[in-house]
Design a protein around this ligand. Sequence first.
Ligand code: GS8
Length: 223
Amino acid sequence: MADEVVFLNAGASPFGMRVRIALAEKSVEYQYREESLQDKSPLLLQMNPIHKKIPVLIHNGKPICESLLIVQYIDETWKDDKAPPLLPSDPYQRAQARFWADYIDKKVFSSMRGILWSPKGEEQEKAKKEFIEELKVMEEELGDKAYFGGDNFGFVDLSFVPFYTWFYAMETFVNVSVEAECPKLIEWGKRCMEKKESVAKSLPDSLKIYDFALQMRKKLGVD
Ligand code: GS8
């Protein structure tokens, strides 16, 4: 029986972009369902009753929630000869990759949220400072490698690159140039977009993301 794969997502979500890239990497066919986060479908509530969030992957009727766990599930389930595994085979290297993905979610995403959804002022400035510091940590980890995974695009690259398309919104909201602060990180983002079709076709345009963030700020009454 053919696999039935359903992907519940919302277009601008960096977490959803991770899943999109992973599915593209492994050439998995799936049905896409766009969710409205203001009016969640009964299917989303049934499939992710704990967090009630996208993304959710439903594989043969069984849900998997949380983007990093979904990506790991995809990596373990669809082993494609053309696409090397996203996670390294060595347990220590695997733990390190998971550490950086966790750092992105706990630290980088948290400062990005601070920039995006805070009113102009002290709180947003604090988030800006933290954001740049954290990006520098990521840049240091990248070092002179082509990818966080070394010569190949891997789990950390996949976990981080969706945020690259959000950088323009951050830069515009708090008047900072990520390229001036972290040039290697920008080169890495461009490399991912140019060399990885799975990335290029999964990331929305930065301007669209910026418009989306502006609309959200209005809706939330931040500005
Ligand atoms: C985060 C998912 C998330 O925040 C993951 O999958 O990695 N740790 C999770 N999803 C948001 C949309 S993206 O900002 C969401 O579904 N929000 C709906 C809500 O909070 O009601």
